[in-house]
Write a new protein. Structure first.
Length: 310
């Protein structure tokens, strides 16, 4: 079946198809190779395909986090299908599958690939149904090297620059999500701790807060937001204080639990606004530069266009 699929892809127009039998080899190829499409079996003995796909989407594995991914599975239970979808795969096919099914799905990825969304624990295609409301995470168009080759559209190519730009947007969205959740979780810890009659468990809220804080630290390290790390470390120490005292903390600690998340949120938002402004200015400068190359420096591009139209 694997070789039949490989020959079908070659006949379909793929220039090179790597077919592998060993999970370890598949993981190595996914990490080191440059592919336009990954077509893989969901459950592979001795390996975790879904983890590899999640790592690819997080840009922890491989060079292109936006590679097209189609996963196949023999047992299409709701639980398994949900796990496959949550990995960030573009499409799922139930086995046994025909060549025509594969080609139709590939054509869909070229012509109508879903834009990606970013949440606290997910990067991948937006599968939200229309009409669910506009309050969800905004979707973004990502590089699609498959479409770039099929339609000869280099603007869709997953170049290192395009990948870096898209990942910068994703990183900013992740940071925004983390800081918002840190604010909410810190408020929950403050509300629940030291109040025996309050519903819920402050320890669970504290554990979630500590985990979200660690993820934020990983995101900001080595970026223009590196200075936020010291605030995150202060919050981490404060959470330990709450845990050691079993929630019976001083008023000063409760005040810090409110102020530190606010400082983290403000610092991240201000830095992101500055970065967005700088990016817009670079874009405007680049557009002016291209216009001057076409009509000559110091000219009025709008005047030039009106003269041509006249």
């Amino acid at each position: 079946m694997r070789q039949n699929t490989r020959s079908g892809l070659l006949n379909f127009g793929f220039g090179e198809v790597v077919a592998t039998t060993e999970p370890g080899e598949f993981f190595d190829k996914a990490a080191s190779g440059e592919f336009d499409l990954i077509l893989a079996e969901t459950i592979a003995p001795g390996g975790n395909t879904l983890k590899v796909i999640r790592d690819i989407r997080q840009h922890a594995v491989g060079k292109n986090p936006f590679v097209n991914v189609i996963l196949s599975l023999w047992k299409a239970t709701p639980e398994i299908v949900g796990e496959v979808i949550n990995s960030g795969a573009d499409d799922v096919i139930s086995r046994p599958m025909s060549r025509n099914q594969i080609f139709l799905r590939i054509g869909r990825l070229v012509e109508a690939r879903k834009p990606f969304i970013v949440t606290a624990d997910y990067i991948g295609p937006d599968r939200r149904q229309l009409g669910r409301g506009v309050g969800g995470a905004p979707a973004m168009i990502v590089p699609n090297s498959l479409r770039a080759k099929v339609e000869n559209r280099p603007e869709y190519e997953a170049t290192p620059e395009a990948v870096a730009l898209a990942m910068a947007v994703i990183n900013n969205r992740k940071i925004s999500i983390y800081t918002e959740q840190i604010l909410r979780l810190a408020a929950a810890v403050q509300l629940l701790s030291g109040n025996d009659g309050a519903p819920g468990d402050w320890r669970r809220a504290a554990a979630l807060l500590a985990g979200m804080n660690r993820q934020l630290m990983q995101r900001v390290q080595g970026t223009e937001l590196g200075h936020v790390t010291s605030l995150c470390e202060g919050l981490e120490n404060l959470i330990r204080t709450f845990e050691r005292s079993n929630g019976a903390t001083r008023d000063q600690d409760k005040e810090l639990l409110e102020q530190i998340p606010l400082a983290i949120h403000k610092a991240c938002m201000e830095a992101q606004k500055s970065a967005a402004l700088a990016f817009d200015i670079r874009n405007i400068s680049a557009q002016i530069g291209r216009a001057e190359e076409q009509i000559g420096p110091g000219s009025d591009p709008f005047l030039s266009k009106r003269r041509k139209m006249g």
